[in-house]
Design a protein around this ligand. Sequence first.
Ligand code: ZN
Length: 203
Amino acid sequence: VAYEEESYKTELGFTVTGPKDNDVAYDERYEAERLLARVVGLDTSDPQGEDTPRRWIEAMRELTTPKQFTFTVFDAEVDEMVVERDIWFATLCKHHLLPFTGKCHVGYVPNGKIAGLSKIPRLVALVSASLNTQEELTVNIARALEQVLEPHGVAVVMEAQHMCMAIRGARATGVTTRTASMRGVFGDHQRTAKMEFLEAIRG
Ligand SMILES: [Zn+2]
């Protein structure tokens, strides 16, 4: 396997000069190659599989490395609920390292600050870039929003399909798992906000 190439063509056909990948060390590729050969029968003498250990390491890293960004917040005299629904997300399950993907619905009641609208999907992606259980991910997204917005309340509902349950094991295909985190005015004693949010994301 040619690990030490000085220049190579990218998938789009550009030639890139330099080490093929700075982040994936030789020993990591070697270990991944051995592991993948043993566990899934990867054949690195096959041209299609030759570079798979590196790609696999890169893909796993990409899926578990949060993409940093600046969460823009605006001061605003807004006190009505803001809802963003159907935010697509993908993450890896902590138990099997298989993906679970689905939709995240976010609501908050501002308390002098509103979020740049695109920042909420970015925050969902950032928090998702790690190994997760859906239950914990839901709470972590709510907590992160609480920190940056200091709102009267935050509600997060996630609906996802888990590959570890759909394509192996129980083979329970088509099952959607729904989790929720209701904080502040969305909590139990203030049913109104909660009901309004659940109504807004229905459908
Ligand atoms: Zn799993």
